[in-house]
Design a protein around this ligand. Structure first.
Ligand code: HEC
Length: 134
């Protein structure tokens, strides 16, 4: 009888710890995105601070926060040019489209939108695939 109880305890402990280890999709996406961010850092700086008058910050960016997710995806997927205002500063540069696949775009944006003082909802590969150029 005692053995049976022990087995039950053992099995339930196994499942409990197992569920802790289950992959959180946002967390694993952010881990991959962190590596991909190196591509962005050349222009947006290591900590997302940007470079004055050249490329806008991603850190605590009001633009990133106030625009729809689809618009942000569109920028990374298809690039951006023309005047924009970020945290009160005007930028009029050109961001080339990134040579990333849809999963990589989701990953890098999950990292950016949840780092540098930002917080945003999870972006899936499907959400990126659904976004078309204007
Ligand atoms: C070659 C330089 C360059 C690279 C590389 C680059 N960007 Fe940009 N990015 C820019 C410029 C310049 C703008 C502003 C364009 C404008 O003035 O219209 C911009 C704008 C943005 C914006 C909107 C404004 C803001 O600051 O919130 C986002 C979001 C963004 N970039 C994300 C990224 C991400 C993510 C990557 C990496 C996958 C990346 N960029 C790579 C130059 C770059």
């Amino acid at each position: 009888m005692k053995l049976k109880l022990l087995i039950i305890l053992y099995v339930s402990a196994f499942f409990t710890t197992g569920s802790f280890q289950q992959d959180d999709p946002l967390k694993s996406s952010m881990e991959r995105g962190k590596l991909l961010y190196k591509t962005c850092a050349g222009c947006h700086n290591k900590g997302g601070e940007g470079y004055a008058k050249i490329s806008p910050p991603l850190a605590k960016s009001d633009f990133l926060k106030n625009n729809k997710t689809a618009r942000i995806i569109q920028i990374v997927k298809f690039g951006l040019e023309g005047e924009i205002k970020v945290n009160g500063e005007i930028y009029n540069g050109k961001m080339p489209p990134q040579k990333f696949n849809d999963q990589q775009i989701a990953d890098v944006l999950n990292y950016v939108r949840n780092s540098f003082g930002n917080s945003g909802a999870y972006i899936s590969e499907q959400m990126v695939s659904a976004v078309e150029s204007r």
